[in-house]
Design a protein around this ligand. Structure first.
Ligand SMILES: *Cc1c(COP(=O)(O)O)cnc(C)c1O
Length: 361
């Protein structure tokens, strides 16, 4: 095996090499403290600087306005599936959910025990190959929020246009988190696990409209309360210090690259390299996804037969292009090309795909 492969893993994902090298160099003796970061108190000054820096950068890179607070909460996006309705839905309040695929469905499943939940649009009828148009949504009266999944990681579809509805939006942005600008005025809350675009596993970043914290639930365990995390600056209990430290470094790397505008442009360019290869293949490679909803992060595609797909996965692995197998629930191939995936690696894959078709067409 070479030092580093082209890693198309859907999550946890490849991270910027300069960040990994910096972390390696700082690891054993952090900041001349004579200990590593993960061995010190989370109340130590050296850690507090890391913590506050990561919080500041999350706000700065995301462009979140003053009306929003940021929180680092363990339990990934999955815990947010439950925390959102637990905190936001009071007595007799309803929430609408878009079922756009595996993750949208997961959010619905975990919300149901905590409130009056209805499905505002069901992608099951179209095989989860696209996101809904606003006109197709059935948003009922007195909807506290409409929950959306900005990018379905397994289906490879993204919400190119946000719904135009009266209810505030809540979004699971896990798999295209901080790879696109966020129209904050539409949202009461935005969340995502960090391990797809922003760092190692271990937490979610949650942005909340501060004004709603006055009315979030108090009658739940303290760790599950947004107001507690917000009041305590995400230091209510021992935070995942290593994850926060690394996320801070990745956010700094993103800022140096030119921030969200540059990242968003590059993401579209990287995705186009693969979709253009698919479209130019005369049907050798096929994408099940509606063109308008093609994900910029997770490019799913099929080959003419399952045998060819197997050979594709074996041969690509031989070229150090790894983790291209589609999710076990849908099969086929999937290339995840998150923020840290270099354009050169995506080019290497596009070239390999063209070459594989020539040899096996
Ligand atoms: C990966 C993923 C999740 C689950 O995230 P965890 O952090 O593992 O809980 C939820 N939603 C989406 C869109 C995802 O891609």
């Amino acid at each position: 095996m070479p030092d580093r492969v082209h890693n198309f893993c859907a999550g946890p994902c490849t991270l910027p090499l300069p960040v990994l090298e910096e972390v390696r160099d700082e690891f054993v003796n952090f900041n001349d403290e004579g200990m590593s970061l993960i061995e010190m108190s989370h109340r130590a000054r050296a850690y507090d600087e890391v913590h506050q820096n990561a919080m500041r950068l999350a706000v700065e890179v995301s462009g979140a306005p003053d009306e929003f607070g940021v929180m680092f909460i363990q339990g990934g996006a999955t815990l947010q599936f439950a925390m959102v309705p637990m905190n936001l839905l009071g007595n007799a309040q309803r929430a609408g959910y878009i079922n756009s695929g595996t993750w949208g469905k997961g959010a619905i499943t975990d919300a149901k025990p905590h409130g009056d939940i209805y499905v505002a649009w069901d992608g099951d009828e179209t095989g989860y190959t696209r996101m809904p148009h606003t006109a197709e949504l059935n948003v009922e009266q007195n909807t506290r929020y409409l929950h959306v999944t900005s990018n379905e990681t397994i289906g490879g579809i993204r919400m190119a246009d946000w719904p135009e509805v009266d209810a505030p939006l809540v979004a699971d942005m896990s798999s295209d988190y901080l790879s696109r600008s966020i129209p904050w005025e539409k949202f009461d809350l935005v969340y995502g696990g960090v391990q797809k675009n922003l760092g190692p596993a271990g937490m979610a970043i949650v942005f909340v409209r501060k004004s709603i914290l006055e009315n979030t639930s108090r009658n739940i365990a303290r760790y599950l309360r947004y107001d507690v995390h917000h009041d305590k600056d995400s230091l209510f209990n021992t935070p995942p210090m290593f994850t926060i430290y690394l996320v801070g470094k990745v956010l700094g790397w993103m800022k140096d690259k030119g921030g969200l505008p540059a990242i968003e442009r590059e993401a579209a360019e990287k995705a186009a390299l693969l979709y253009d290869t698919i479209d130019a293949s005369d049907g050798y490679y096929t994408s099940p996804v509606d063109r308008a909803c093609r994900s910029h992060m997770n490019v799913v595609f099929r080959l003419p037969t399952e045998d060819l797909e197997k050979k594709f996965l074996t041969d690509s692995h031989g070229e150090n292009l790894v983790n291209l197998k589609g999710h076990r629930s849908v099969g086929g191939c999937r290339a995840s090309i998150y923020n840290a995936m270099p354009t050169s690696s995506v080019k290497a894959l596009a070239d390999f795909m063209a070459e594989f078709q020539r040899a096996n067409g």
